[in-house]
Design a protein around this ligand. Structure first.
Ligand code: NAP
Length: 281
């Protein structure tokens, strides 16, 4: 029977560990503050922002909330980010994406000080990850490494195949697996013979953005499958990029959707906020 990797449980463990750390820091008079910036009121973004603030409250991290109107100009947003960069009380800055179309996301990300870049999207954070230096790591892939490690799954020496090469999931995921001494292959929409390549994987990470695309024809028997996808099916039920029911009896471990990778992202954001103290030294 496959191990169903419980992201809800593992993320709760991480949050509880962080809560203890933060409370010990408070006893030494050290506070952590995250600035959360949202532009406009996209309903999905509002849910994510709300969940991030709730997690801060649970762990004991202060959150400063900036809810800006949709018509905020790029200049106004950059000015706020600069102010937050200068504010010594702010350890981390999170600008919720996507931003309205009239604002250049890359420019905003590059304006966030790399020492406050808790999302790990700044080119300097990405570069540090690539060359094996300490820095902030993008939260979803960092969470996947925790899911594997805390489930007792060894990465070293394993054939790891990542399907997807986005800047927020696929690319940093590949770098992290490499850092853990996996043998990594990255697939994308131009990959030929995807089934054969995916079937080589001992650990298959799927971040393709297509509901239930991966069935057991893509999966080696006994592989570990991590499903990053997040969609609503025709019955409005959440599902992933993997056809869970088709694959589950064929694998040694798999993440469900919901309750797999999803809950890890916020836990790792909280972890980055705590690590910011170390990185800001
Ligand atoms: P994305 O930016 O749309 O990237 C998808 C990647 O899949 C691209 O690299 C694309 O290749 C590749 N791809 C598309 N069709 C393919 C095919 N037929 N064969 C092989 N590769 C193919 O998506 P993302 O932002 O990485 O997100 C992926 C999924 O994860 C989405 O469902 C998203 O909602 C979910 N997600 C979940 C979390 C979480 O916290 N759980 C966080 C982030 C994302 P090209 O580069 O060639 O176009």
């Amino acid at each position: 029977m496959a191990l169903i990797i419980d992201g809800k449980k593992i993320s709760s463990e991480i949050k509880d560990e962080l809560k203890d750390k933060v409370s010990a820091l408070k006893k030494d008079g050290i506070e952590i503050t995250l600035a959360v910036v949202q532009v406009g009121n996209d309903p999905a973004s509002s849910v994510y922002v709300g969940n991030k603030k709730k997690a801060c409250e649970y762990i004991g991290i202060n959150s400063l909330s900036y809810e800006l109107p949709e018509e905020t100009t790029e200049e106004e947003l950059l000015k706020l980010v600069e102010e937050l960069n200068q504010n010594v009380k702010v350890n981390g800055i999170l600008v919720q994406l996507p931003l309205p179309k009239h604002i250049n996301e890359d420019k905003v990300i590059e304006t966030i000080s790399p020492i406050k870049d808790v999302d790990g999207f700044h080119p300097q954070s990405v570069g540090r990850l690539s060359i094996g230096q300490k820095g902030f790591v993008s939260c979803t892939p960092a969470g996947i490494i925790q899911l594997l490690k805390r489930s007792g799954i060894t990465i070293e020496g394993k054939e790891c195949v990542v399907i997807g090469r986005s800047n927020i999931v696929g690319k940093p995921m590949s770098m992290l697996l490499l850092r853990e001494n996996g043998t990594v292959t990255i697939c994308h929409s131009k990959t030929k013979n995807l089934k054969e390549v995916a079937k080589r994987a001992d650990i298959l990470i799927v971040a393709i953005g297509k509901p239930q695309f991966i069935n057991k024809e893509y999966v080696k028997e006994g592989a570990v499958v991590i499903d990053v996808g997040m969609h609503r099916d025709e019955n409005n039920k959440l599902c992933g990029d993997v056809d869970f029911n088709d694959v589950v009896d064929h694998v040694s471990a798999i993440t469900p959707v919901p309750g797999g990778v999803g809950p890890m992202t916020i836990a790792m954001l909280m972890n980055n906020c705590v690590e910011s103290l170390e990185l800001n030294k």
